[in-house]
Design a protein around this ligand. Structure first.
Ligand code: IPE
Ligand code: IPE
Ligand code: MG
Length: 237
């Protein structure tokens, strides 16, 4: 159906709050709808043949929000991962996480561990959920791990290439081909800075809870039109 398929799609799930506000609902309701949509959408994305889907669910900076909103989101993650782990498992989706675990509540970490373990051997697509994630911190953390390995004589500086560096990131993933940010904001907000180096960007104005299967297919249509040159020129054209 689609001639060019991105191998790795990333989505900044934005606009839950505004989606709810437009309907006179609480921000929490928007987050619930967002989570529900993520389930449906990830199934569809992998059905289309995409191999990797990274989603920005909670940034390190999101801890600046009110205690109530942070608590609601963390509770939602615990409930969602516990309840829906069988859904992802049945769909043969492997769930992994990127981000720092240090500031996360124990029950959140536990729910994350459970879904990761249950789905570890699935091969129908990899869903990378970025939770308490910061792109700049990921690069700093990788650098620290590399320095430690140098100090322990496991590495020397000549061995450090782009390929090696990427293996020290939270997850060893291929580069992002297609980045989508819903809700009409045109920024990265610290999302996967390394992996987005040559991604195609797409900014639909729709809020995430409404970004359904049809909206994703429209995004894929847009991707067909992109000419990925990587700095080169096709002189035959
Ligand atoms: C995205 O929706 C979800 C998270 C950041 C957790 P927002 O909560 O940012 O929604 P808006 O941007 O306020 O509409
Ligand atoms: C980015 O959205 C983080 C997530 C979607 C999880 P925000 O809504 O937090 O980003 P800003 O504040 O608009 O940059
Ligand atoms: Mg937002």
């Amino acid at each position: 159906m689609f001639e060019k398929l991105p191998n790795h799609v990333a989505i900044i799930l934005d606009g839950n709050g505004r989606w709810a506000k437009e309907r006179n609902l609480s921000r929490s309701k928007g987050h619930e709808e967002g989570f529900r949509n993520l389930k449906r959408l990830s199934k569809h994305v992998f059905k289309r043949g995409v191999k990797y889907l990274s989603v920005y669910a909670f940034s390190e900076e999101n801890f600046k929000r009110s205690r109530d909103e942070v608590k609601f989101l963390m509770d939602l993650f615990v409930k969602g991962f516990k309840k829906d782990k069988t859904f992802f498992h049945k769909e043969n989706i492997k769930v992994i996480f990127s981000g720092r675990e240090d500031k996360l509540r124990k029950d959140v970490k536990q729910a994350m561990d459970e879904i990761v373990k249950l789905t570890a051997n699935n091969n129908g697509g990899i869903l990378n959920i970025c939770l308490n994630y910061s792109g700049q911190r990921e690069i700093v953390d990788a650098t620290i791990k590399i320095i430690n390995d140098i100090q322990n004589n496991k590495l020397n500086t000549e061995m450090i290439t782009k390929e090696l560096f990427s293996k020290y990131l939270y997850q060893d993933l291929p580069e992002i081909d297609f980045l989508i940010r819903t809700s009409g904001e045109y920024r990265l907000s610290n999302f996967m800075l390394w992996q987005n180096a040559y991604a195609e960007f797409y900014f639909p104005s729709i809020y995430f809870p409404d970004f359904n299967e049809k909206a994703f297919d429209e995004a894929l249509l847009e991707y067909q039109k992109r000419d990925r040159r990587y700095g080169n020129i096709d002189y035959s054209k």
